[in-house]
Design a binder for this molecule. Sequence first.
Ligand code: U2F
Length: 521
Amino acid sequence: LSETAQDTRRLLSQVVKEAESMVDAALPHLDPVDTEPTRAGHAPSMRSKFPQDIPSVPGPSGIVTDEIGIARSAFNGGPLGELVQWSDLVSTLHILGHHLHLSASITDLKIFLGGLKSGCPSMPTLEPNLIYTDILGLQQMQKALPNIWSKYQCKIRILDSFGTEPDFNHVSWAKGHNLSSPYGGLNLIPLQFYTMFPHTPDNTFLGFVVQPHWSDEENKKLESIKRKNQALVYGKRASFWKGKTAYLDTIHKYLDLHGTVDNGALIPSYVTNHGIVKGAEVHALLRESKVFVGLSFPFEGPAPLEALANGCVFLNPRLNPPQSRLNSEFFKEKPNIREVTSQHPYAEAIGEPYVWMVDMDNSTDVERAVKAIINQTIEPYIPYEFTCEGMLQRVNILIEKQDFCNSTTSWPPLSTLQVVTAEVGASCKDTCQKQGLICEPAFFPHLNSAQSLANYGINCQTTEHSGGYLVLPAYDNNSKHCVFQSDPLLFSCVRSHLSWTRVCPCRDYIKDQIALCKACL
Ligand code: U2F
């Protein structure tokens, strides 16, 4: 193993050790139980007293393998968001009591799943219940284990930061419609893609944990920190600061500026640069700052939520025009056409007083926001879905209930289905959202026949099945002609059609836990 892979291993095993020490703190609150084995034979609700009885869940991860090497750039300003999510997932699975096998190289993958001799006679080939990987990891699996990977297809969960929409996932649709992308065409069920934020209901929201678990000593230190007239700039790489000097000059009229930047020589001289620092130091800097200043990149990272958790406002640059694969180098190869309206759309939805939107090129707008921010104080805020408890609750239920191997089971419970007809030209994502609900793609098959639509007052005069649209089931309001989906991989919440009325499967959700319906607990 190279040094980097060993570092990654050390990091992950340290995470597991830390997780172990968190168990005692977390579980009294979460009511530990020895529950009955669940329907799918997965783990019990909370950590069992007999973890050896619990099925295994390996997590071979593409990006952390030495062959891909994201871990290599982790200590010099490279993306850490994905590693935050992997660490949190590993900790969560461990706390929930699963047997976890980590693979950070193709050789390990072959030993775990492909029967390659490990040199360790007691190491059996695994029969995993679930496999967590990412898009590159899946591609590695398909290449390394070409004869057996399809056996695991329904057990795979893909960590996919920005999401994969159904048309990009569907290999022949993508080819035929010029939507090919190096990360698309995997032909999985779209809910098998697990995202960082709830970007699209077509995928599953996995998330991560924002709430840090500090030692008593670290906690005391953080609590003693006083807030200063200070801003921390969100930009680990000096290249993110390029062209932003006028914007920073305006903020600097009101606040001292600090940064954690790889190369301090390339940023304005009035900025106090701390270099790339450890997570605890970022939190300490956020505690003493009034505002965390977005520079419009990186998109959709964990750090703005860490700012709010430390009582520090996030200044969120608008992206005008919104960025997507159609106009942005960064999103060009991503397998979706979602439009990103600001550096952090999830934070944008949280809104004031925690998140202030700003037009970076308009100094009047910047001054307006900064003046308002320095005259207010906010309490630390973490949406429930990003707390330790929220993540444990969500992942536990997903493991117990979400099952793509068995077509006779259905989850979420059908009792939560609320059928809403969209306006012509509207998507189901927007239609459900307007009603305070969320589109639930798992329910599409239940609406995909004339008989089922009749139960909801939609009477089809004529019917047809088609694999040529992403908006089905749908109907023509005048002729009462109904069209049903013939290809289940093309069910999609996000698309709309100018002449079809969509029939939308919506459900409710727990406040601040959008992945779960109210009856899901
Ligand atoms: C996002 O990845 P990033 O790694 O750029 O996300 P950030 O929000 O900047 O930070 C991730 C973590 O890095 C920590 C910080 C966060 O927990 O506390 N950190 C640190 O430890 N030391 C420092 O000096 C500065 C930050 C996103 F998550 C990815 O999905 C995207 O690929 C990427 C590009 O858009 O942006």
